[in-house]
Write a protein that binds this ligand. Structure first.
Ligand code: HEM
Length: 169
């Protein structure tokens, strides 16, 4: 048994599930709920980001999955040198990794925007002023765009990862 590959695969896939799952749940369930629930939503997001450190956990899972994925790619490609790199599988895993990297960058932007929303929400004393409201709406729109891009690229990355081994190009 190859214990190194098994360990890397468990880390890669488990952390990948947490990363992609967390991003999709944030995009399609949590963020719309925050936007729809005004002041209550601000409290919720403050707890999620400041106390539970949601985006830090997702970023850590993403980092782990990427590192383990790169190690697996290094092993499969014999240090990025073998003909496997240009096979269907090699190209498929590479496309998946590229898409996942784009998803990772946009995920970082989601985290930054959501933290900014939590910080702004914490400044509200009673109902927000029109300026605070406008700023919050601007952040909300940014968060929506980043989330859609991250979700789409991560879904495509997972599709590539799932089929890469069987691709004949
Ligand atoms: C930069 C990011 C990524 C890199 C470099 C990468 C790289 C790789 C590599 C090289 C393999 C083949 C492993 C082997 O030979 O055993 C693999 C498999 C796999 N990856 Fe990724 N990956 C990335 C992102 C992701 C993400 C976001 C997911 C989502 C959960 C994911 C899910 C999987 C799965 C399920 C497999 C197993 C596929 C199979 O056995 O046919 N990967 N990945």
């Amino acid at each position: 048994m190859n214990y190194l590959i098994i360990t890397l695969r468990i880390i890669h896939i488990l952390a990948g599930i947490i990363w992609v799952g967390g991003t999709l749940i944030m995009t399609f369930f949590i963020a719309p709920t925050i936007r729809a629930t005004a002041e209550a939503g601000q409290k919720f997001i403050g707890h999620l980001m400041n106390n539970l450190k949601f985006s830090n956990w997702i970023a850590a899972a993403a980092g782990l999955s990427i590192l383990a994925g790169l190690a697996l790619f290094w092993i499969d490609s014999n240090g990025f040198t073998s003909a496997w790199m240009d096979s269907g599988a090699g190209i498929g895993f590479r496309r998946g990794a590229e898409l996942a990297t784009i998803g990772f960058v946009f995920g970082l932007l989601i985290g930054r925007t959501t933290k900014a929303m939590a910080k702004l929400g914490a400044q509200f004393q009673g109902p927000p002023s029109p300026e605070q409201m406008a700023q919050m709406q601007k952040l909300g729109r940014q968060q929506k765009i980043y989330s859609m891009i991250a979700s789409l690229t991560l879904i495509l990355a997972v599709i590539y990862m799932s089929i890469a081994r069987y691709l004949v190009l």
